[in-house]
Each structure stands twice: as structure tokens, then as C-alpha cells.
Design a binder for this molecule. Structure first.
Ligand SMILES: Cc1ncc(COP(=O)(O)O)c(C=O)c1O
Length: 370
């Protein structure tokens, strides 16, 4: 959407926004940001919120204003969007591999205080050579596999070996360790999540101790998500937590006891009923191109007797009790089951306060997966 069009929407009631449209309840989002900041004011760890959720610099700035030390990004493109918006302290919690991306990373390091995750000695050599050629010192964290079985060195000796290798790389500065317990963050059972998370974080802490026993200082210990922020954040050895979804909270995270349920849902997709072919079928104008469904179909908000049963590309299919009062042209809001991937399908947010549009924000890092 062009800048000049943004102003057209300011002040209109949310029901008048054309659909499908992504809405943020600004009061709820701001309250979520405050709640998370309040928690991190009580523990040793700081908050480094993950921008993969909102992909939008103004929200990152709000998180930093509330006390976050910087941001986490999943991709270089996301990090570029944040740096262009004046955010300096960034962790790319991912491996940056290949000549072109490494060149972009090193250029970005010239304009920011960026850190990147590594788990491979050849990648370390390539990063170091590129940084040296540009006269840049690049900060790195070793990603350790603490049970998710995604990226990462194995805890203990293999991580020590890579840290020793990094220390020999002149243009790199070893900052510490990162371990993401992604296999536990969304477990709805608090007790199961606590046991699994503590097991994972203990692997990371033991590895930190091993490095220190070998004379390697470990300044940064990074990990955690919305579902585990209280568990991981309570470890005295952890210096930062990478929670992302807490700003929005989707239908999946709101059932995560003692994690996502500490916050409220602020994100919705506004849709229009385009057809009611019979009393029990309602069709809306948002489908797979506006709503992610890898965690299930979205849920209609505030209408009893209405259930979403399927999505095709541009249609949402719902069953309705005959008593549900919806006809073509009526609008309703849907609660996404996965906020992060839903956001990535939209160009902008409509920020709503007191029922009217207060702001229209471009989702600057939307689709920036390179
Ligand atoms: C590396 C990393 N850190 C942290 C998170 C936590 O995010 P959330 O708070 O949305 O669970 C994720 C989620 O994908 C992640 O990949």
C-alpha cells in the first residue's frame, strides 16, 4: 500500500476496513509488551524479542522502549529491515551460509552491532575471511542443539572444539552460546514443559561451564520463547530470552499454561461473508493466502454456533447454526492459530484503538526470507 493511502484509513471504524485485513488491538499489544518487560525486570536475563513474529520495526522499537536489549531475527532480510529502521543490537539466531549472504552480513555489521549463530567450522572460516577482508569484527554465538534436533553443535566437547576454533579466527569475536528449546515451547502442559525445558537448558549451562573450565569466557547465553520465558528466563546463567509470539498470542499459544496464557490475543484477521448458500454454511473472503493453518484453522471471534472447517486459496468455509445471524456483506474477525506465519501473508497492519483505525503499519520484513 502506498504511503499516501495510509491516511485514508485513519479514524475510520474497524468495520469499514476493506477485507481481508490484518488487525492489531493496540491496547492489548501494548499491554503484552509491558507484561513481558515487567517479568524481565525481575530476573537476571534480559529480553531480546524475536521479530519473526511481527516483522515490523515500529513494534520492535516499542519492545526496546519497554526494556528489551535489542532484537532477534531469523533471517538476514529481517535484520536488514530492522537496521534500516535504526535498530542496532541484533542477533540473527540462524546460520548465514553462502558467499552472497555472508557479504550482506558483513556489510550490515558495518552499520550495526550484529551477532550471528554458527555451528560449523567451515562456515566460521568463511565468515572470518569475509569479515577480515572488510576490516570488520563480527560477533558470533555458537548454536547448541539442546534437544530440538534442528541446527546446532552437540552440547559438551563438540561445542568446546568449535569455540576453540572461533578463538583462532582473527575477525570473529566469540560472545557465547545459544540454545533454542523449540521442542518444548508450545507444550500446553506446564509441568511437562518445565521438565523438558530444564533438561535442555541444563545441557546449555553445563556446556558453558565446560568452556569456562577451559578458559573461554561465555558472556552471552541466549534462548527461550514465549512458552518457556518464565522457565528459561529464571535460569541465573541465561542472559537473554528470545520470545516473539507474546506480542500477539494466537489460538495455539493462548492454551500454553504459564507461558502464552499470561498474555492476551491482539491479532485478528477481519473478513467479509461473501456467501451463505444455505443456513448452515457461511463462506468468508479469507483463505490460505491470508491465513496460515499449519496449527489448525483459525477461530471466529465472539460468535457462538459458528465454526471454521476449511480454507481454500481465497475462501474460508464455516458451518453455522441456523440461528447465526450472518449474511453476505457482514464482517467478522478470525483468530489465527499461528500468528507468525499469518503475519507474513499480509502487507500491513491496521492498528485499532477504541474501535477505530489509529495507524497503518507496513510489515517491512514480510517475505524477507533470504
Ligand atoms: C530461534 C528461536 N528463538 C525463539 C523463538 C521463540 O518464539 P516464540 O516466542 O514465538 O515461541 C523461536 C520460534 O520460532 C525461534 O526459532
Amino acid at each position: 500500500m502506498s504511503e499516501s493511502l495510509h491516511g485514508v484509513f485513519i479514524g475510520i471504524p474497524k468495520e469499514e476496513i476493506d477485507t481481508p485485513a490484518l488487525l492489531i488491538d493496540l491496547d492489548i499489544m501494548e499491554s503484552n509488551i509491558r507484561k513481558m518487560a515487567d517479568f524481565f525486570s525481575t530476573v537476571n536475563a534480559d529480553l531480546r524479542p524475536h521479530t519473526k513474529t511481527h516483522k515490523t520495526p515500529i513494534i520492535a522499537h516499542k519492545q526496546i522502549e519497554a526494556g528489551a536489549i535489542g532484537v532477534t531475527c531469523a533471517k538476514l532480510g529481517e535484520a536488514e529491515a530492522m537496521v534500516h529502521a535504526g535498530i542496532r543490537d541484533i542477533l540473527i539466531a540462524n546460520q548465514i551460509v553462502g558467499k552472497q549472504k555472508i557479504a550482506r552480513l558483513i556489510n550490515l555489521a558495518n552499520h550495526s552491532d550484529i551477532m550471528v549463530a554458527v555451528d560449523d567450522p567451515h562456515n566460521v572460516n568463511q565468515l572470518s575471511a569475509a569479515a577480515q577482508a572488510k576490516g570488520v569484527t563480527l560477533r558470533v554465538l555458537i548454536e547448541v542443539n539442546i534437544g530440538m534436533d534442528r541446527c546446532g553443535t552437540e552440547p559438551g566437547a563438540p561445542t568446546l572444539e568449535l569455540a576453540q576454533h572461533i578463538l583462532k579466527s582473527e575477525a570473529l569475536r566469540f560472545e557465547g552460546l545459544m540454545g533454542y528449546e523449540g521442542h518444548t515451547v508450545a507444550n500446553p502442559s506446564l509441568i511437562e514443559r518445565k521438565i523438558a525445558t530444564e533438561k535442555s537448558m541444563t545441557l546449555l549451562v553445563d556446556t558453558k561451564h565446560l568452556l569456562e573450565e577451559n578458559g573461554i569466557p561465555v558472556k552471552i547465553m541466549s534462548g527461550g520463547g514465549t512458552g518457556t520465558h518464565k522457565i528459561t528466563g529464571a535460569f541465573p546463567e541465561m542472559t537473554e530470552v528470545q520470545a516473539g509470539s507474546y506480542v500477539f498470542i494466537d489460538a495455539t499459544y493462548r492454551n500454553v499454561e504459564g507461558g502464552g496464557d499470561q498474555f492476551d490475543c491482539s491479532l485478528s484477521v477481519l473478513t467479509t461473508v461473501i456467501s451463505r448458500p444455505n443456513p448452515t454454511r457461511v463462506i468468508v473472503d479469507a483463505g490460505l493466502k491470508m491465513l496460515a493453518k499449519e496449527f489448525g484453522v483459525p477461530q471466529p471471534i465472539g460468535i457462538d454456533g459458528l465454526e471454521m472447517i476449511g480454507l481454500s486459496e481465497e475462501h474460508g468455509r464455516m458451518t453455522a447454526d441456523a440461528s447465526v445471524d450472518l449474511t453476505p456483506g457482514d464482517k467478522l474477525e478470525l483468530l489465527p492459530t499461528h500468528c507468525c506465519t499469518t503475519v507474513n501473508l499480509h502487507d500491513c497492519y491496521y492498528g485499532i484503538r477504541d474501535g477505530v483505525v489509529e495507524s497503518v503499519w507496513e510489515i517491512a520484513a514480510r517475505g524477507k526470507s533470504q
